[in-house]
Write a protein that binds this ligand. Structure first.
Ligand code: TRP
Ligand code: ZN
Length: 476
């Protein structure tokens, strides 16, 4: 589910766009047959979508609609035995295309009914479909693989992918963990729906995104089927598994809430878990209806991970969260999950929004006001000489994309904007942003135009100071 090619290309920065176009053009020039008018002109899909932070991520030439992932996993052996069926639509005539995959050995690969030649080159899984694929054709890729998926280390040294715990696996995917266990088009620009069918030893619980549609036990093995009906970015997919205490409730607005908590963390997590319905209700009142048909949380013990992630419909926590962290991950369901970034340098659109939403929740629930939080020593109260002010909000770089700046300066940007355009325009802006771009892909430039439109003001200088310049803003 990608946006049209031209809209996608228009969002790249100059250098990345040039690189992406060059690749596509070279491929076309060298590989296309000198066809007759109306005949297919086959070429290779682009091996990248050109993100400067993660240049191997994503692939061109097709658009994934659905991932159907069937696997067995045993925490004792750490062996995954998986078959993933990808349904996609070709967006050009293809004689070759790539998926992203860093998982274990592939035992068979088919395109449609036909075994296809493939080779692996870093995270690229290069596939040669025969017969070739015509533009507009819907096709399936069936990949069978078996072994232990890897832990992936990020540019900031944090870990993700397939992270074994003492009773299962913790599965975070942002920004590049999904290909550890899922052959995929690993870009937030290509959202799709998902089905997970996971078989584990009886007693182990598998928690995926979306809705649990079946759970059956035979011969001491349990199969869980999880369905995500709304489009989802690959980095938001999870199939976290282990020993969990499961509880189900609903929000006042009727959204089912499924929580899975490591038995050792139930007491410590109780406060944050109990507030989920209230938090979702409050955010629905400020940001518009909750965007998905299910909600919940997965609270696990994964001490080496040390962060939480907004996995779609089921944020995952590597330890017992505070109410504030719970609010942050739930706010991401609107900002980050439903409304997605198209390139990682725009990470403030995720983290600044989730952080500001948490400031609002704190004020709403009787704590510090958003203005007090803005003024605090972790925010605007930092000295002008602090290194904090030397990172650019709207392009922090891959090492600092989950550092303080996209979170805190991002949230400060929104609070300053609210002061600049007034409460009425500001709250209309953030609600319309969530509604108009539901399940879509956005950029910083889109947000600047939306803010200018709702306020009727020229905000170029304002956003330049807050998002694109280094240094502590002093006037805006
Ligand atoms: N997006 C997560 C959050 O703010 C944090 C996160 C995801 C992260 N991946 C990470 C933090 C890698 C550090 C390293 O909720
Ligand atoms: Zn976040």
């Amino acid at each position: 589910m990608t946006s049209p090619r031209t809209r996608r290309a228009a969002r790249f920065g100059g250098a990345a766009l040039a690189a992406a176009l060059l690749t596509a053009t070279q491929a076309t020039a060298s590989l296309a047959a000198p066809g007759n008018p109306g005949e297919p002109r086959y070429s290779a899909g682009a091996p990248s979508l050109g993100d400067p932070y993660f240049p191997d991520q994503g692939n061109g030439g097709f658009d994934v609609r659905h991932y159907d992932v069937t696997f067995a996993y045993d925490p004792a052996t750490k062996i995954m035995d998986a078959t993933t069926v990808i349904t996609a639509v070709a967006t050009q005539d293809l004689d070759r295309f790539d998926l992203d995959f860093r998982g274990p050995e592939i035992t068979s690969l088919k395109v449609g009914k036909h075994p296809a030649a493939f080779r692996r080159d870093g995270q690229e899984l290069v596939i040669t479909p025969r017969p070739k694929l015509k533009a507009g054709e819907t096709f399936t890729v069936t990949v069978a693989y078996k072994g232990t998926p890897p832990v992936i280390t990020d540019p900031d040294e944090s870990i993700e992918g397939w992270v074994p715990t003492d009773d299962g696996v913790f599965v975070p995917g942002e920004p590049q963990g999904a290909p550890a266990w899922l052959p995929s088009n690993d870009s937030p620009k290509d959202k799709a729906t998902f089905t997970f069918r996971a078989t584990v030893p009886e007693g182990v619980t598998v928690v995926g995104n979306g809705r649990l549609t079946s759970k059956t036990t035979t011969n001491a093995k349990t199969t869980f089927v999880w369905e995500s009906a709304e489009p989802m970015a690959t980095y938001l997919a999870t199939v976290t598994l282990g020993n969990f205490v499961v509880a189900e409730t609903t929000t006042p607005g009727g959204v089912p809430v499924y929580t899975a908590v490591d038995p050792r963390l139930v007491t410590q997590s109780a406060g944050a878990v109990a507030r989920i319905p209230d938090i979702l209700e409050y955010f629905s009142s400020v940001f518009g209806p909750y965007p998905f048909d299910t909600a919940g949380a997965i609270i696990d013990r994964a001490p080496d991970v040390g962060y939480a992630l907004e996995s779609q419909t089921k944020p995952i926590f590597s330890s017992a969260p505070s109410v504030g962290t719970m609010a942050h991950e739930l706010a991401h369901q609107w900002y980050g999950d439903s409304v997605s970034l198209g390139r990682w340098s725009d990470i403030w659109l995720n983290e600044g929004f989730a952080t500001y939403a948490t400031w609002l929740w704190t004020e709403h629930s009787g704590g510090a006001t958003a203005q007090q939080t803005f003024n605090s020593s972790s925010n605007y109260g930092r000295a002008a000489t602090s290194s904090f002010w030397q990172i650019v909000t709207a392009d922090p770089g891959p090492e600092d994309m989950f550092g303080n700046v996209p979170y805190n300066r991002g949230a400060m940007t929104l609070h300053a904007l609210r002061g600049k355009i007034g409460d009425t325009a500001f709250f209309r802006l953030v609600k319309d942003w969530a509604t108009e771009h539901r399940y879509g892909t956005v950029s910083t430039a889109d947000f600047v135009s939306a803010a200018e439109k709702v306020s009727g003001l020229d905000l170029k200088a304002f956003f330049d100071v807050w998002l694109h310049q280094k240094g502590k803003p002093t006037s805006w």
